[in-house]
Design a protein around this ligand. Structure first.
Ligand code: TYM
Length: 342
């Protein structure tokens, strides 16, 4: 990948995003809402994608589990089509500038502003403020640092990250205004159709690692037969007509969204082709599409996991590329806030 110093205008706009290694496998929400766009954007942008292991520390996983999931995440990103020759794939904790910039941004963030961030607000509303860690409180500021260090034009994420992107832009603007224009204001890149993939058992909530029941979440590395069964047992709505109507028919609409995204067929085309048929036909066909999609993905991931040394080499190379950009940005920041050069 060609290297640019951050003060040069990059030949192609940068794109950056991250994913937490909080489970053994990504799920369909992660893939359709975010990482699939990463794969597409690497064609036209200068891509930086990282595994947010510092964010994942917040609930305190077992060290060996966190380490394993970090490598599994790297393998999955490569298996889904992130090309290490074109994209910098790296691990957040290997770039110390993420933590260093966080401190500077924390000094620009209001206490009330951080308190209003959804994750902290929800947890403290449910369990009391004392139940939340300081890490959860400052989580969005670390995320802002992750982003701003690379001065990306776009950040491809799902809808649930929009608030974090707004804080990131606010902090960038505040820094630029208080000191000197340093940060680019990043735009969220959120695809409307797949911005929020819903839980298959409870379409009132999003598919999520933390809240979905096992039947509500399709994980990418599950046994394909299990995933097919989950699709066939997805909750559908009253009536029997197949129609795209997220308000009245969230369950069926979610299945149509997944089907369309995986098959490349438009929702209208799918609706027309199931005219007069019941939910069972739609679910049966979608189950086949899912099996066809996850089977090679799973095989590729497991193959990649057989060569840990190669995965670590890819991550080291990604960290080198990331480090050049991150260190140059942090040097600008330190200079502008008045830190004496070392
Ligand atoms: P994480 O690890 O929870 O999720 C990774 C990506 O998957 C998207 N996503 C979904 N999209 C649609 N429907 C769903 N049901 C669904 N569930 C998850 C998320 O929106 C996300 O894009 N805080 C981030 C990680 C992070 C990050 C960053 C992202 C850390 N630093 C900097 C971008 C830039 C998170 O927890 O994502």
């Amino acid at each position: 990948m060609s290297q640019q110093t951050p003060t040069d205008a990059p030949a192609r706009p940068r794109v950056l995003s991250g994913i937490q290694p909080t489970s053994d496998s990504f799920h369909f929400g992660n893939y359709l809402g975010a990482t699939r766009q990463w794969v597409d954007l690497q064609e036209t942008h200068q891509p930086f994608f990282f595994i947010a292991n510092m964010h994942a520390l917040e609930p305190g996983p077992e060290p060996k589990v966190l380490r394993e999931r970090t490598l599994r995440s790297a393998a999955q990103l490569i298996a889904m089509g992130i090309d290490p020759e074109r994209s910098a794939i790296f691990v957040q904790s290997q770039i110390p500038e993420h933590a260093e910039l966080t401190w500077v941004l924390e000094c620009l963030t209001g206490f009330g502003e951080a308190r209003r961030m959804t994750q902290f607000k929800d947890k403290s509303a449910k369990e009391g403020e004392g139940a939340a860690s300081v890490g959860l409180f400052t989580y969005p500021i670390l995320q802002a640092a992750d982003i701003l260090l690379y001065r990306p034009a776009y950040v491809p994420v799902g809808e649930d990250q929009r608030q974090h992107l707004e804080l990131t832009r606010d902090l960038a603007q505040r820094f630029n205004h208080r000191y000197k224009k340093t940060f680019r204001l990043p735009e969220p890149y959120i695809l409307k159709e797949t911005a929020k993939i819903l839980d298959l058992q409870n379409p009132a909530i999003k598919m999520s690692k933390s809240n979905s029941s096992p039947g509500g979440i399709i994980t990418m590395l599950d046994d394909p037969k299990v995933s097919a069964k989950k699709i066939r047992s997805a909750v559908t709505d009253s009536g029997s007509e197949i129609r795209f109507d997220p308000e009245e028919k969230p369950g069926v609409s979610n299945l149509l969204t997944i089907y369309s995204a995986l098959s490349g067929r438009s929702v209208e085309d799918l609706v027309a082709s199931y005219d007069g048929q019941g939910y069972g036909a739609l679910k049966g066909d979608l189950a086949d599409v899912v099996v066809e999609f996850v089977t090679p993905f799973r095989d590729r991931t497991l193959d990649l996991l057989d060569d840990r040394a190669e995965l670590q080499r890819v991550l080291r190379a990604g960290a080198e590329t990331a480090s050049e950009v991150a260190s140059a940005t942090l040097a600008d920041v330190y200079d502008r806030v008045g830190f004496v050069a070392g």
